[in-house]
Write a new protein. Sequence first.
Length: 497
Amino acid sequence: MTTQTIRNGTSIEVVIPTGQTLKVVAVSGTYNASVVRGTGIGTTLSTLATGASYGPYAYDSVVRLVSSDASEIDFDVAVTPVVGSDTEPKFAFDSTGAVTGLVGPGGVDVPLAITLGVVGNRCSIPTGHTSASNAQMMSRTKHTAMDSVTKLKIAYANFWADVGVESTPGASTTYTAGIEYPIGTVTAVTFSNGSNTGVATDGSIITSDWVNITIPRGATFFVRTWQSNSTGVVWVARRSLANQAGVVPTSGEWHTIGLTTTDYTKAATNVNNGSTSNSFVPLAILGYTKRPSFLIVGDSRSSPAATNETIPNSVGATGEVERSIAKGYGSINASDPGETLLGVSTTSFTRRLPLANWCTHIIIDLGINDFTAGKTSTQAVTYLNTICDLLPGKSIFACTVSPKSASTDSWTTTVNQTADATSNANRIAYNGIMRTNPPPKISATFDVADQTESSRDSGLWRVNGAANGYTLDGLHGNSTANAAIETSQIFSAVQFF
């Protein structure tokens, strides 16, 4: 291998064959290095480094290098690697003369890593549909900017997913929207080159025009959305931070729903909340960014519609995955209760699959519904490989599967729990594969089960001495369980940049 180069916030996954070494030199800036496959998977090798050698490795391994802004990082892989730097900046141009990237050694283009991605958190697919008596809904939902933006777009979905099935309301939905930032100041959102309203046909996704608004990274803002559909509106079950009906809650998030509701998308008017748990959030909040953004593909354990989690984290996120991801990255939660690896690998994810175009990373938190249906660990890995093939060019991560058990004392102790006989053996086998030998297209495995299981492969939920300490039903983790996953920082151990 000859010297290769990454620059200015770009990254690369470098394959290191058995017996060889990776040598890295930062001509300018710094880099991070982490093992994403093979020996030492999940290990952070260097942070903000300026140069080092890694290896030799006893087995084939893959190391991800991530360059800082304003940098040139040169590297070579060999038994005795030699790095020869090409430090003269060379640029690639499009037909108009605009710079589209940098040209590395050997004339290989290194594109500038600025793409249209998700720049806000708490975005989600709808997970339910009301009736015609609830034909209109007004929502004010709370989000955090995950990058500094000067303009953004809002996307909405006129379909929902539940029990592993994507469904449509049977009619078009009309939307109006506004962005509230700073608090009390509303900027209008338009659609279709300036129209105050947007119309999403049955089963489609609608994206707004660009909204010129400056929001710094880390700032809280609200999205105001009004929707109308003659058959009833779609919504996100249990996504709301509005924890008390009849008031404007401390979170600032509120929702009203009925046959008719007033449109407050263009004014900073707040009204008493009319729904304590269900809401309607954007499918995506989009902008140009160099930061990672995530598509979460899960079942009820990751879905906002999960029934057993009543206390969200500091940014309003719930679930096994989103609690960790939404604190630092833009994301779309595409999970739905009842989803399976088999379903996503075949036909149940058809309308959601294009959402990956807005995301750099995919996290798959599935499996328990496959195993309770009698699927084997071998089948589950086959389905996972098929899902990876549906997502070319993406960094894909998977999770181990938390247990399912029965209890005679409300999961107060482990001695009175019984592991689920249908799912547990294949769940254990699958988790073992994902820990030690995941499919080649899986960049890393997040060991969720080690945070929720009483001990590895026990098939029993962790306990804390209280009734329903980690679960209310033996299938879903509650707020305590999912907070334990979050505080374990298993998602922070991987370098996403």
